[in-house]
Design a protein around this ligand. Structure first.
Ligand code: CMC
Length: 391
């Protein structure tokens, strides 16, 4: 073999060639398939962006119609899946529930596993795009003690998701356009981010030709961690703790800078963005206007703004180029929508789903080899076996 390069965390390793997402961390640029994230967040809807990421081009009206129709036709989840969900305690974290249910879907959809042709892939993609929002809503409804139900297929993808989440057994369900638009934007901003931890996981699991759902289930677990998608939950918990501590941001700043203290300022810093996270800019504005439109007062937003200001002026954060990331403000939006804190990371998963799918499909179409990193061995050299009596 050749020389093995030591690169912990793959900070400097290009693991694949990809035509999906362009990211320039120095300049704060993010583009999906060549389109600026700012423009997509403003002008496109989530399903259009999903199509763009997965298939490479913005869909025509007919293409989008067909994609949506195919998804609608698959939006039923096998009744027996409810029994699996029922077996979880209602205190179970919805990320664990979601990765388990995504895995369980394989058993009910065995044809989704060996997908060698583009047609097979398409069918598997449409299935998971249809069923994942149902599972996400069910994970929430189970916790909330609400019956497991379906939404309304005449609605848009995101509208339908919100209805599935919040519909009560009795009474009217009133859709709020402001909330739909805000969620649509949030999901677009989360839809792909090149070779992050969960996406690399999806690609590497898929590279063994494990099926799409198995790869996604692994990705969901990778996203769960607080250093990755779990940060959105951790941010709100941190802001709540600061609020309960009389808004003492200084104390938490000091903890974050203390190298003896494992505490980090959640929602700050990014592996790639060393200038600013373009998504954070859009989200901060969206959080402001959503709270304004809904007439919600949230002191946590003020704490977040104060903390951001302090950190941006602090030498420690400036020296290390630490800026607020996408999840510093996303939780504030989810809260305003009435989504409970443990559901924040599942919301991220729902948004990231098209990105994971696009990356998995690209990896398979390019016939990439199985992912198999090497190591630098630092253990013992050869030694003689010691009989148990002599140890
Ligand atoms: N608070 C305090 N110090 C920090 C933070 C933070 N949030 N982030 C990085 N640092 C320090 C770190 O201690 C290190 O300092 P030193 O050089 O003195 O040892 C330096 O900055 C570089 O950090 P790193 O850990 O080498 O950077 P990384 O690229 O390995 O980690 C990160 C990136 C996002 C995991 C990290 O910044 C972090 O833990 N942030 C908080 C969690 C978070 O918000 N994660 C969400 C990321 S965005 C959503 C997503 O894509 O999942």
């Amino acid at each position: 073999g050749g020389v093995i390069t030591y690169d912990p965390g793959y900070k400097n390793t290009g693991a694949c060639e990809s035509a999906i997402t362009f990211l320039d961390g120095e300049k704060g640029i993010l583009r999906y398939r060549g389109y600026a994230i700012e423009e997509l967040a403003e002008k496109a809807d989530f399903l259009e962006v999903a199509y763009l990421l997965i298939f490479g081009e913005l869909p025509s009206r007919e293409q989008l119609e067909k994609f949506h129709k195919d998804i609608r036709e698959q939006s039923i989840v096998a009744e027996d899946m409810k029994k699996i969900l029922d077996g979880f305690p209602s205190s179970a974290h919805p990320m664990g529930v979601l990765s388990s249910l995504t895995n369980a879907l394989i058993a009910f959809n065995p044809s989704s596993v060996n997908v060698d042709s583009e047609e097979d892939m398409y069918r598997a993609i449409v299935k998971i795009m249809a069923k994942f929002p149902v599972l996400t809503a069910w994970a929430y409804r189970k916790r909330a003690g609400l019956p497991l139900d379906y939404g309304d297929d005449s609605l848009g993808y995101v509208e339908n998701f919100l209805k599935m989440m919040f519909k009560k057994p009795h009474g009217e369900y009133a859709q709020n356009k402001i909330v739909v638009d805000a969620l649509d934007k949030l999901l677009i901003l989360h839809a792909d981010h090149e070779q992050n931890c969960s996406t690399s996981t999806v690609r590497i699991v898929g590279s063994s030709h494990a099926g799409l759902f198995a790869s996604l289930s692994a990705g969901i677990n990778a996203l769960w961690g607080p250093l990755h998608g779990g940060a959105n939950q951790a941010v709100i918990e941190m802001l709540e703790a600061i609020k309960a501590d009389d808004g003492d941001t200084k104390k938490y700043m000091a903890k974050a800078k203390d190298k003896e203290d494992p505490f980090r300022l959640m929602g700050f810093g990014h592996r790639v963005y060393k200038n600013f996270d373009p998504r954070a800019k859009i989200i901060k504005k969206a959080a402001d206007s959503l709270l304004d439109d809904l007439g919600v007062e949230d002191t946590v937003l003020d704490i977040a703004k104060g903390l951001e200001k302090e950190a941006l002026e602090d030498k420690y954060f400036v020296d290390r180029k630490l800026y607020p990331n996408v999840d510093f403000y996303s939780g504030i939006i989810y809260r305003a929508m009435g989504i409970p804190v443990e559901m924040f990371t599942p919301m991220f998963a729902l948004g990231r789903l098209p990105g994971w799918i696009a990356q998995w499909r690209e990896m398979r179409l390019r016939k990439e080899p199985i992912g198999r990193p090497r190591q630098i061995y630092i253990g013992e050299t050869l030694r003689a076996f010691k009989d148990i009596d002599y140890r």
